[in-house]
Design a protein around this ligand. Structure first.
Ligand SMILES: *[C@@H]1O[C@H](CO)[C@@H](O)[C@H](O)[C@H]1NC(C)=O
Ligand SMILES: *[C@@H]1O[C@H](CO)[C@@H](O)[C@H](O)[C@H]1NC(C)=O
Ligand SMILES: *[C@@H]1O[C@H](CO)[C@@H](O)[C@H](O)[C@H]1NC(C)=O
Length: 517
């Protein structure tokens, strides 16, 4: 018996050794939700014996892998006042945009310059079998040329068109508008024009400004190594993992190198609620409305007007309100309870939670769907407007415009979503579809990661056209040529016809003229 176990153990170690890899993972964005989207993947890979080094702005306590702490990135963003841009209190939008881009650039400079990252870059003996890099910001793709390893791109939402294009996916702006566009399907003419121009705008911006600007950071920190322009490196992506779920998100065709890992990948195991919170929920007479704007929209960024509207509206409701708010606040109506931290996923599992008022961050919306809590959306930025649009289309909630929402409208919508069973029923239906899958997002992510490790890349899955210039991709040259040929043919025919007409009628006329003369 004992030898059996020993043999099994040796066998297990043998198998693990056959597959384990040294992985460098990097999630650049100073945003908790971006970091959380991938955390279960690191845990699962680590438990399968892979050796992970993760560069992260939100290191986790007791993580089973090595972490390089870049949390100072938040400080940099804060010092540049980038919070106010998030809430768009700042009226000068272009200067905000510049500040934002500048801020991202500074963060990248700092991250490359932290001693541990510097050591990775400059230690010639350092080797990795696989790179897993968040690609929504291009800088860290420089590791691809430094370590000459296969490379999986990660995006915590849907990828921008530039990234879809880099792996060979179609990027038609009418059928698949950018993630930050607030419309999804059946675009009006005006929306089509906006989406088309935005697509070109983003492309030009990325290709000629954003990426080259970041090349400067790379040149500074990778001295002595030959690193190609980031615009070129991105085409080496072996696989792309996007946090998309085809039930929630709009369908779009994707190549076999693009894996959709969305649909609650970030969900944690259910835990009992803290006793005090459970008592509060149990004791509520008409049920509880949960209000949270997520981790990126800090409460102190709400305008005074909006704050007043929110408090007045919630105060008049016949429900108890649980508000996740990160500041101290006094003088609230009696039915509002404020808390700085709430275990959201576990809260949603409690039957007394009737409604979720949310900024429509992807992960929050997914949690609400999977636990059947209908939504009133109040989107702020990024993909939130699009998610809110989907909430409306799927009829799993209603949406208010935070820039001019009035108390009556807000209140009406809250009550409607709670009282009309349609919203909850639709949510149940969508949750069923989302969870009836052959493999969960996490299982797919892990399986495909090990696939890339086994085959040292997956370039064979890349479709054509990723480096075609714009005019060949959209067939502009061909269309122009065909139009020109058609024009010439018609023109020549028309001239010939004219000539015959002249032969027959023109000469007769001339004859008539002659005769009368
Ligand atoms: C708006 O942004 C500009 C440029 O970053 C900054 O100087 C200004 O203080 C901001 N204004 C407000 C009200 O936040
Ligand atoms: C878009 O238009 C099609 C065809 O007219 C229709 O079936 C579909 O429901 C529309 N989708 C939305 C989201 O309005
Ligand atoms: C809350 O109610 C549930 C169901 O009635 C019960 O099982 C649970 O013990 C209650 N919890 C508390 C803290 O009262």
């Amino acid at each position: 018996m004992k030898t059996h176990i020993l043999l099994l153990l040796i066998f297990a170690i043998f198998i693990q050794n056959g597959q384990t890899a040294k992985i460098l993972a990097s999630v650049y964005s100073p945003s908790l939700s971006h970091q959380l989207a991938f955390r279960p993947i690191w845990h699962e890979l680590a438990s399968r014996g892979h050796d992970i080094t993760l560069i992260t702005t939100d290191p986790e306590e007791n993580a089973p892998y090595k972490q390089i702490d870049t949390s100072y990135s938040y400080k940099i963003m804060e010092e540049l006042g980038l919070g106010s841009i998030v809430s768009q209190q700042n009226s000068s939008k272009t200067s905000s945009f510049n500040t934002y881009i500048n801020g991202l650039h500074k963060v990248s400079d700092y991250q490359f310059g932290t001693p541990e990252v510097e050591f990775l870059i400059n230690n010639e003996k350092e080797k990795f079998d696989l790179l897993m890099l968040e690609v929504i910001y291009p800088g860290h793709m420089a590791f691809v040329d430094r370590f000459k390893a296969p490379f999986i791109g990660l995006v915590s939402l849907d990828a921008p068109p530039v990234i879809h294009r880099a792996v060979g996916n179609p990027t038609n702006p009418i059928l698949y508008p950018d993630t930050v566009m607030p419309f999804t399907s059946n675009l009006t003419f005006k929306q089509r024009v906006v989406s088309f121009l935005a697509n070109i705008g983003f492309y030009v911006f990325s290709t000629y400004f954003f990426y080259p600007n970041e090349d400067a950071n790379v040149a500074k920190h990778f001295e002595g190594y030959t690193i190609r322009p980031l615009n070129d490196i991105q085409h080496d992506m072996d696989m792309l993992f996007i946090n998309v779920n085809p039930v929630f998100h709009k369908l779009r065709p994707l190549g076999p190198n693009t894996i959709q890992i969305g649909g609650g990948t970030h969900l944690k195991e259910a835990k009992p609620l803290p006793k005090e919170l459970e008592e509060y929920l149990n004791g509520s007479k008409n049920g509880v409305v949960y209000f949270s704007l997520g981790t990126n929209v800090k409460s102190n960024l709400l305008t005074d007007d909006l704050k007043e509207t929110i408090i007045k509206t919630l105060g008049e409701l016949p429900y108890d309100i649980l508000w996740k708010y990160d500041e101290d606040i006094t003088g609230l109506p009696k039915n509002i309870k404020v808390s700085k931290w709430i275990p959201q996923q576990d809260l949603f599992r409690h039957p007394q939670v009737k409604l979720f008022i949310t900024q429509c961050g992807l992960q929050s919306v997914e949690e609400a769907i999977l636990m059947n809590v209908p939504i009133v959306g109040m989107p702020f930025f990024g993909d939130q407007h699009k998610n809110a649009q989907i909430v409306l289309e799927k009829e799993i909630g209603l949406v208010v415009d935070r820039t001019n929402v009035k108390k009556e409208e807000f209140k009406e919508k809250i009550i409607k979503v709670i009282e009309d069973p349609k919203f909850k029923n639709n949510m149940k239906m969508i949750a069923k579809l989302m969870t009836d899958v052959e493999m969960t997002g996490l299982e797919k992510a892990v399986w495909w990661t090990e696939y890339v490790i086994r085959h040292k890349g997956a370039k064979h899955f890349k479709s054509y056209g990723t480096t075609d210039p714009f005019y060949t991709y959209f067939m502009l040259d061909v269309v122009c040529f065909v139009l020109l040929v058609l024009f010439i043919v018609f023109y020549v025919n028309w001239r010939i016809l004219n000539f015959f007409v002249w032969l027959v009628f023109g000469r007769k006329k001339a004859d008539v003229k002659k005769k009368t003369n």
